[in-house]
Design a protein around this ligand. Structure first.
Ligand code: SAM
Length: 239
């Protein structure tokens, strides 16, 4: 991959999707791609391989949430190898991001990038439902999560961690409407309110369209003490 290849595709992808504000970060995203490809040789953190796919499916997709983040202390639940954490951390240096995942080896990559890019993030190797019962309960101004669980389950992982007034942005693919309808009870019981759902048709430089939906859930009341339950119970009896 030459510099022109990356910069050209990155710029085109951002401009096609109303994200031109981040074009100036092309060099950092190119370096991130080099690190991701190198790391992926020994530790599998992504199945996405081509430059255009990495740009579209990891960077552009993650960046769609950047402008909607509220407050200065968010948690990315189930960040895996760092998505959306890393693109958001490059685009929003004003926001501190706790990158949470239960798999330590994926967080190694996030820690490595924190050092390279001097990012305003910290990693936390834990299960979200354990974190939601501990000292981080109801302390974040917001949360993000992508590709972690169905929304009715995800709400029990995310909402206990967010303080009143905070915003949970669930990043969903096709099927978001059905998931959102099925999560109505969970949102209500856990102290949230469905605020909006924004469907975005991402255009690739190759001419494809990818459907994504950002589901915005506002924390309006404290989460009752008995939630989150242990993961086995959440799965066995989702709301
Ligand atoms: N968000 C990343 C992305 O979009 O590329 C990773 C998605 S990966 C499919 C799902 C991640 O969620 C895994 O890394 C897994 O370890 C993590 N995960 C699932 N349930 C979790 C939980 N209850 N607590 C913490 N991490 C969890």
């Amino acid at each position: 991959m030459t510099k022109t290849d990356f910069g050209g595709i990155f710029t085109a992808a951002l401009e096609l999707n109303g994200l031109s504000a981040y074009v100036s970060l092309a060099d950092e995203f190119e370096k991130l791609t080099e690190e991701l490809v190198k790391f992926n040789v020994h530790t599998n953190i992504t199945a996405v391989r081509s430059t255009e796919d990495i740009i579209m499916k990891h960077y552009v997709d993650s960046l769609t949430a950047a402008e909607f983040i509220e407050g200065n202390r968010i948690i990315d639940i189930g960040c895996g190898g760092g998505f959306p954490t890393l693109p958001l951390a490059l685009a929003r240096r004003d926001v501190h991001i706790t990158a949470l995942d239960s798999t330590a080896k994926k967080l190694t990559f996030v820690d490595q990038c924190k050092k390279i890019f001097d990012l305003n993030i910290e990693t936390l190797c834990a299960r979200a439902e354990d974190a939601g019962r501990g000292k981080l309960r109801q302390t974040f101004t917001g949360a993000t999560a992508r590709a972690v669980a169905a929304l009715n389950i995800l709400c029990e992982l995310a909402l206990p961690l967010i303080k009143n007034g905070g915003l949970f942005i669930a990043m969903k693919g096709p099927g978001a409407d059905e998931e959102t309808a099925a999560a109505e009870n969970a949102i209500q019981i856990l102290g949230g309110k469905l605020e909006d759902a924004k469907t975005i048709l991402l255009k690739t430089p190759g001419g494809e369209t990818l459907t994504r939906t950002l589901v915005f859930i506002r924390k309006t009341r404290p989460t009752p003490d008995k939630y989150p339950r242990v993961y086995g119970q959440i799965l066995k009896k989702p709301f």
